[in-house]
Ligand binder design. Structure first.
Ligand code: CA
Length: 502
């Protein structure tokens, strides 16, 4: 640990008295307020933490111990969540991978930049990726002096100009497509066989991993373990430098294919369903990786000044072993199970320990929040769809007062839409009429109360319609058929989606 980082760490401990307790229970508010009042004049906001963003892929809402899982063991994640703050109303911007990640990295809804569909497999063949004029959060942090690393899945463009090293990551280890197989012996054999057959385009999931553009050959372990080890490597290297670091640990687990280590499967031998047992073992491997990351932070002296954020890019697939209980819907849905995700923040002595923040926030808030914490300049004229949430979060206040948190998913010839505003949630799904829920009382979206509050619903639908005017035409579709349907239908038929009578 460098001297300046030590000073920062000390500063953080003192600041804890001033701010982090403010999300605590009301009964002790008076005492806490007095601490706050007497100390805020002399204590500065902590400076430039390391930021580690751990993102899982298709992880179900209740598939981690800290969010209620009874059968999947996640001791390392639980330890962080229970000494940090858990979010129970955290939303990602889209219910599936590509548009969700595009939103997180750009701070904008994917529909506003033409990224509302997944890039197709082997996207290098269409030469598309997220608009290079949109500055990624990684680039913003890099320009402010952060050492930046991405380990794992990318899925935001595979051609040279969209490569992670061009989008603000000093270091990249992983794969460019939307997923990957997990057992190196098998994926390497399959890749070689495809090469031998003279196959020109070989499926992303089989391609060699790469490190800063160079193919890797020494990946002999289970993929999740390889990624965790590279994350540790990045932390160890970065800790030698004066500047703080940003590490995006982008695990593809527990996304399909369902492939786990034999010894991890044995941990869950009591789970009868094979999909669930395999999925549990895959999550367990992520948890083992997180324990290694925490250990390396402690060994390198970086732990106290590191903000760790954990969440999933979208909801889980029950048909592939996931569990979104108590939420309705699944990956791809605009019901809560599609895009409300397990999340926590952890930062010793800064982020309140053992607390729950139950007010809605969006992963779109991370871009401006990181900008604030890193003292990184926001790009000129940058459009952001989220808000810097830090101060309100730390004071346990609403971040989104009278704000709408939207999601929208296009299907064949129609669109699904979700709007959350405070306690209200409006939903249009599967060509059914719009419904309204009190999501604070009815997290499972089981009781449509639109007839009792027609004006509330009307306003939310109108807001969603106005929001949709900021969308642009998709720049790609995940397959040709979808593109043809879009063009033939004159999709997205916004007027139909926002008609209360339909
Ligand atoms: Ca995903």
């Amino acid at each position: 640990m460098t001297i300046s980082k030590k000073i920062i760490a000390v500063c953080c401990i003192v600041t804890h008295l001033a701010t982090s307790c403010s999300a605590n229970k009301k009964s002790s508010n008076d005492t806490l307020n007095s601490i706050k009042q007497t100390t805020t004049k002399v204590v500065k906001t902590p400076k430039r933490p390391n930021i580690i963003m751990i993102l899982c892929d298709d992880l179900g809402y209740s598939d981690v111990g800290f969010n209620g899982s009874k059968d999947i063991k996640t001791p390392a994640l639980d330890a962080l969540a229970n000494t940090g703050t858990k979010f129970t109303s955290a939303y990602v911007p889209h219910p599936f991978c590509g548009p969700s990640r595009a939103g997180i990295m750009t701070g904008r809804y994917a529909h506003t930049i033409g990224a509302q569909f997944n890039l197709p497999p082997n996207s290098e063949t269409i030469g598309e990726g997220i608009d290079v004029n949109e500055k990624f959060m990684s680039k913003m942090l890099q320009e402010s002096g952060y050492k930046t690393g991405l380990v794992g899945k990318w899925h935001l463009g595979a051609n040279a100009k969209f490569h992670p090293n061009k989008r603000g990551f000093d270091y990249f280890y992983g794969f460019l497509g939307g997923g990957h197989e997990y057992h190196p012996k098998i994926y390497k054999q399959k890749y070689k066989a495809a090469e031998k057959k003279g196959q020109k385009i070989i499926f992303d999931y089989l391609k060699p991993l790469e490190e800063n553009g160079t193919n890797v050959t020494n990946d002999t372990e289970y993929l999740t373990d390889v990624l965790s080890n590279q994350g540790v490597h990045f932390i160890e290297e970065s800790s030698k430098k004066e500047d703080p670091f940003f590490l995006f640990m982008s695990y593809n687990a527990p996304h399909t294919p369902l492939e786990a280590k034999k010894e991890d499967m044995e941990v869950f031998s009591s789970i009868k369903d094979k999909n669930r047992r395999t999925y549990a073992a895959m999550v367990y491997a992520v948890d083992r990786g997180v324990s290694k990351i925490v250990k390396s932070l402690k060994t390198t002296g970086e732990y106290d000044n590191t903000l760790i954020i954990f969440y999933s890019d979208n909801g889980g697939r029950p048909d592939k072993g996931a569990n979104n209980f108590p939420l309705k819907g699944r990956k791809g849905s605009v019901y809560e199970g599609g895009y409300r995700v397990p999340m926590f923040f952890h930062w010793p002595n800064i982020v309140p320990s053992g607390m729950i923040y139950d007010k809605p926030i969006s992963a779109l808030d991370l871009y401006p929040t990181f900008s604030k914490l890193a003292e990184a300049k926001l790009p000129d004229s940058k459009i952001l769809d989220g808000k810097d949430m830090w101060t309100n979060f730390m004071e346990n206040k609403e971040v989104h007062v009278n704000d709408n948190i939207f999601t929208m998913r296009h299907r064949n010839g129609f669109s699904d839409v979700g709007v959350r505003n405070g306690k209200w949630k409006a939903v249009k799904a599967f060509k059914e009429k719009w419904k309204l829920f009190d999501i604070e009382k009815d997290i499972a979206e089981s009781k449509d109360i639109s007839s009792k509050h027609p004006n509330v619903l009307k306003k939310l639908v109108e807001d969603a319609k106005v929001w949709s005017k900021s969308h642009i035409q998709p720049r790609w579709w995940h397959n040709e058929k979808t593109g043809e349907e879009w063009k033939a239908d004159g999709m997205p038929h916004f007027d139909q989606a926002f008609n209360l009578e339909n």
